[in-house]
Design a protein around this ligand. Structure first.
Ligand code: ZN
Length: 382
């Protein structure tokens, strides 16, 4: 046997011994792991049994209850008020609000606590397995009453289509407690009495070039008219708005940015209110009188009329539409369309903004002269 061979065998023996040792260790480790697993399962089972016992029979210190439909645990023997504290369940109180959402009474509608379906004193001891149910008080709005006020002298209808008034009743909706008026809508009961007057109205401005051209014609003929302005344009061209006011024109509201699709009247209350409200703000900052509102596209509804009224506006539509906005429209056709349809009380829809208004501007002198030739007076809406 060579020296090298002997060395190898010795090395081999050592390897075998080491392997045997490792094997023994592995067996020991796996046994230990198994024992630990068994102990864990046993401990878990004990815990579950203890919990079950304590829950069901109010065992040592802890009891199970149901609160808001969920299983919860409480120290045994607590009173209802302590239980609510521990479970962080305090019934909120609902307030009484007026028609504008202001608080009339903050504590009007208290919440309720039921123990096993019954309202009991908060000092009642909670038994294991009890059902606790908390109901929060809700905010409520004061009732609204409708009241009718006779208007024998008459009022413009709302929405308004013509210059004139009708006898009727003002339907007032108001809070029964605060007496705050939510809306007033005029309902005519008789025929509209029109005046021998015609109102020219100009929509979709201010538009820097065409609005000034319209204004200069109106001034030349001494005519007062009504302008329904788009809010964001009024903000962009405040000088044009000031010129309209200086010229004695009525400044009215035609929404913030003229949304037509989907129809304006079908949009949410909040949307409509912000469209009218933002424009109202800009116009009043510029010194405009803003009691009249014309919805984009003339889209209206009873709900829209009430909303606009809540913001201080009457809805104004029209009775004569010469389609001055149509592509390829000519001045003579616009003048003809107006003069063939106009009569006492007419409200005429024209445009000073929104595109090429050369047909409207070209027709305007003929429209003014033609209406006056019929013995009708040109007026701005009030
Ligand atoms: Zn328009």
């Amino acid at each position: 046997m060579s020296r090298a061979n002997r060395g190898t065998r010795r090395a081999t023996d050592a390897t075998i011994r080491r392997r045997m040792q490792m094997l023994n260790q592995a067996t020991l480790a796996s046994r230990l792991a198994r024992t630990r697993r068994r102990l864990f399962v046993l401990a878990l089972a004990t815990a579950v049994i203890l919990l079950a016992v304590s829950t069901r029979w109010g065992g040592p210190g802890v009891m199970g209850v149901k609160a808001q439909r969920k299983p919860r645990y409480l120290p045994a023997g607590v009173h209802l008020d302590q239980a609510l504290e521990l479970l962080r369940l305090r019934p909120r109180t609902g307030a009484l609000l007026d028609v504008e959402g202001e608080i009339l009474d903050p504590d009007r509608y208290p919440g309720s606590v039921r123990l096993n379906g019954v309202v009991v004193p908060l000092t009642t001891q909670v038994a294991p397995g009890s059902v606790i149910r908390v109901r929060h008080g809700r905010d409520r709005r004061e009732p609204i009453r409708r009241r009718e006020v006779k208007v024998p002298g008459g009022e413009p209808t709302n929405p308004q289509f013509v210059v004139g008034t009708a006898p009727g009743v003002m339907e007032v909706r108001e809070g029964t407690i605060s007496n705050k008026v939510l809306s007033t809508v005029f309902r005519p009961t008789g025929d509209v009495k029109v005046r021998r007057e015609v109102a020219l109205t100009f929509d979709d401005g201010p538009w820097p070039t065409s609005t000034r051209q319209v204004l200069s014609i109106l001034r030349r003929y001494g005519v007062k008219a009504t302008f329904f302005l788009v809010g964001y344009l009024a903000e962009r061209y405040p000088d044009v708005v000031r010129e309209e006011i200086r010229a004695g024109m009525t400044i009215a509201n035609h929404s913030w940015d003229h949304p037509e699709i989907p129809p304006f009247a079908g949009r949410s209350d909040a949307f409509i209110e912000s469209q009218i409200g933002r424009t109202k703000e800009v116009l009043s900052r510029l010194g405009g009188t803003t009691k009249l509102f014309r919805p984009p596209g003339g889209s209206t509804s009873p709900e829209l009329v009430e909303l606009a009224d809540g913001l201080g506006y009457r809805v104004v539509l029209w009775s004569v539409d010469p389609h001055d906005w149509a592509t390829g429209q000519t001045a003579s056709r616009v003048a003809e369309n107006v003069l063939s349809a106009v009569g006492p009380g007419s409200i005429v829809l024209l445009h000073d903004g929104g595109g090429d208004q050369s047909a409207t501007i070209g027709a305007l002198p003929r429209i003014i002269q033609g209406i006056r030739a019929k013995g009708l007076k040109l007026v701005a809406l009030e």
